[in-house]
Design a protein around this ligand. Sequence first.
Ligand code: HEM
Length: 398
Amino acid sequence: MSVVQEGTDLYWDPYEIDLNMDPYPLLRRIRDEAPLYYNERYDFYALTRAADVEHAFVDYKRLINGKSDVLELIQSGIDWPKGFFIFEDPPQHTKHRGVLSRIFTPKRMVELEPDVRAFCAQCLDPLMESDGFDFVEDFGGLVAARVIGMMLGIPERDQMAIRAHVEDNIRHSPRDEGEIDMGNFAGDLYAEYVDWRVDHPSDDLMTGLLNVEFEDEEGTVRKLTREEVLTSVTLLSGAGNETTAKLIGWTGKLLSDHPDERRRLVEDPTLIPDAIEEILRFEPPGMQNARYAIEDVEFEGGVVPADSVVVCSMASANRDERRFPDPDRFDVGRKPKGHLTFAFGIHFCLGAALARLQGRVALEEVLKRFPEWTVDDAKAELVPSPTTRGFKTLPVAI
Ligand code: HEM
């Protein structure tokens, strides 16, 4: 197959951390000039248009998750532990996701609202007398860790250590650099809590996972194995900590950069849910997810051949002018339909309702106390990662 960008200077290195500062101009060029991009050095294809990214996510039979959804992890060829279902395909994926959706329900998430609000107040009230604070370290990161920690049943004293561990273990390097620590997927960190819960049941998700019965893909009615419980806890804790903290960080940054939009929210707080949706579109905490093609798959720009990896850029899809008019304009009243921040199809983010709830409540509580703030851009620091994009530290003056 001819590679579309041949003869141009178009080059995208997802491991080039500096590009992370502002990937959007390059992504726009790729959308226009190479709708099916190929990178020879790292041997991957990339889709950047909203319609193509969405099609890829829908086509789960030919574009699989079973080898992982991260470029270098797919290329590592590792077999993932059973129950880490974001890296599974049907029928296992359907079974494991089904079990979790029975105990991790939207109703359960909604019931958390008063607790989320209380956590936000606990973080923000002591800051009211200060000149400023860190939107991620003093606020977003703490709220995200406490909410998922509380749901899972992780003791409060350990929640921050777990968040630090999750954050430290985000991979930054291509396949041939740096070891992949399997303990991070198998749940070593949570073994002690899970084993303790066996004899000390509570009303948390860990207890739910230990007790739930389901029919597995072989037709046997059984409980989850210890391995499956551990991997499910690991998946939820990883997914719930890192991404939501980044959503709250982007909220701080974007509203500092767009004070007129912030004023609209102070004057009319009913716009806050729409504002969160626009923040999710504009700066998705997860920039891209990859798939492995088990057959040739045709897209607008060409064919992704069997046995190759295709990176699907949600960051690009969300700025695709074919789907969103004037996509680089941040507009809290936009009500963006069809952004791909939570992916699409069978792997659609299971925690989307919880993330939206935390984003909304966090912003409501911030605006009640601080109608204005300014980010110190010289001191703000992005996490150096090719896949997730968001702030490690985001100091603001109030
Ligand atoms: C702003 C915050 C969040 C973002 C941007 C986000 C994004 C995503 C994306 C893009 C996927 C799909 C990955 C793929 O298709 O390969 C996903 C899956 C998932 N997310 Fe989230 N997520 C967020 C918050 C959460 C939270 C709070 C939880 C739970 C506590 C969570 C749990 C999950 C799980 C369990 C999956 C796997 C679903 C499956 O494979 O069927 N996420 N998330």
